[in-house]
Design a protein around this ligand. Structure first.
Ligand code: ZN
Length: 315
């Protein structure tokens, strides 16, 4: 499949879930009967998701998405969205969350396999998942309370009562490596993490804030450290449920850690030697390869880390 656009970031090359994706062809989303036409087109490929999970097949050393023909979906029951076109093939995403059982087989999560998928396939998944999450939680009009219906091939919802249009939301969050004057990295254990899990700090951007302001505020709120020189490195769609992670790095001008808002259970500074030793003995676990958190840590470290895939949040 051709790659219509180059990846966006050189600071974190080949960051998972950042595409390039298919050509989105937004200009045809309003075509009358587009989804019905594509569901009758035998060459259409459909990505079915069930509660955010997809099915995969082995492909050489890696994995590939199990894409289906149009017959997989019951258009009456399931949310269907037009994802675009690649190499002349139209792509649809479907949320099989209607009444029926999903097709048999193993359904896996994006966190588990996202880093091993071809960029275009990961993009199909993140786009379908983010749209499906939005549709599932925005069924009513914010103006008048009437039930809304999908339109524009799944890219908006329209209110039949007042004809208002509602657009999918994306929630920006900053995630940042904080580095001190001795080139140490700050890692923190979230209140809900496992006993060994630590990561870089992150938090949602608030209304009226820039990314840099959000970085400085979150670091001050969570660990009481003052930062300057906030720099953008890369960003990553994170459809859990609708995030866009904006990866930054910042320089700390204070080092004393004061836990302030209860979101962080513990935090500490690491040298590179301390980090690799803590990983090697299992005292520390960090996010999986799919995450920008892992890539921010590796960006500071200077190369890939030998650390197993881990789930940081305690179940
Ligand atoms: Zn309305």
């Amino acid at each position: 499949m051709p790659s219509p656009t180059p990846p966006g970031s050189t600071a974190l090359p080949a960051l998972a879930l950042t595409g390039p994706g298919v050509e989105r062809r937004s200009e045809i989303r309003g075509e009358e009967g587009l989804l019905e036409r594509l569901l009758r087109t035998p060459t259409t490929r459909v990505l079915p998701l069930h509660r955010g999970r997809a099915q995969i097949v082995q492909a050489g050393d890696g994995v590939a998405l199990l894409l289906r023909g149009p017959a997989i979906t019951d258009a009456e029951e399931d949310l269907t969205v037009y994802l675009g076109e690649g190499g002349g093939t139209p792509y649809l995403g479907v949320a099989l969350d209607g009444a029926g059982e999903p097709p048999p087989g193993t359904w896996v999560t994006l966190r588990e396999v996202g880093a091993r998928l071809a960029p275009v396939e990961a993009s199909l998944w993140t786009t379908t998942m983010a749209l499906a999450n939005w549709h599932a939680t925005h069924r009513f009009c914010g103006r008048c309370g009437a039930g809304t219906v999908p339109a524009m091939a799944g890219w908006i919802r329209r209110c039949p009562a007042d004809d208002s249009e509602h657009y999918p939301r994306t929630d920006p969050a900053v995630i940042m490596s904080v580095i001190d004057a001795d080139d140490r990295l700050l890692l923190a254990r979230g209140a809900g993490f496992t006993s060994s899990g630590m990561s870089v700090l992150a938090g949602f951007v608030e209304p009226g804030e820039t990314f840099a302001a959000a970085v400085a505020r979150e670091v001050a709120e969570e660990v009481g450290i003052e930062v300057v020189d906030v720099r953008y490195l890369a960003d990553q769609p994170w459809p859990f449920p609708s995030g866009l992670m904006v990866g930054c790095t910042a320089r700390a001008v204070t080092t004393e850690i004061t836990l302030r808002d209860g979101e962080i259970a513990s935090a500490r500074w690491f040298t590179r030697e301390e980090l690799s030793a803590a990983l090697a003995c299992g005292e520390l676990t960090i996010s999986g390869r799919v995450s920008i958190a892992r890539r921010l840590i590796e960006h500071w470290y200077g190369g890939p880390l030998d650390a197993p895939e881990a789930i940081l949040r305690a179940l």
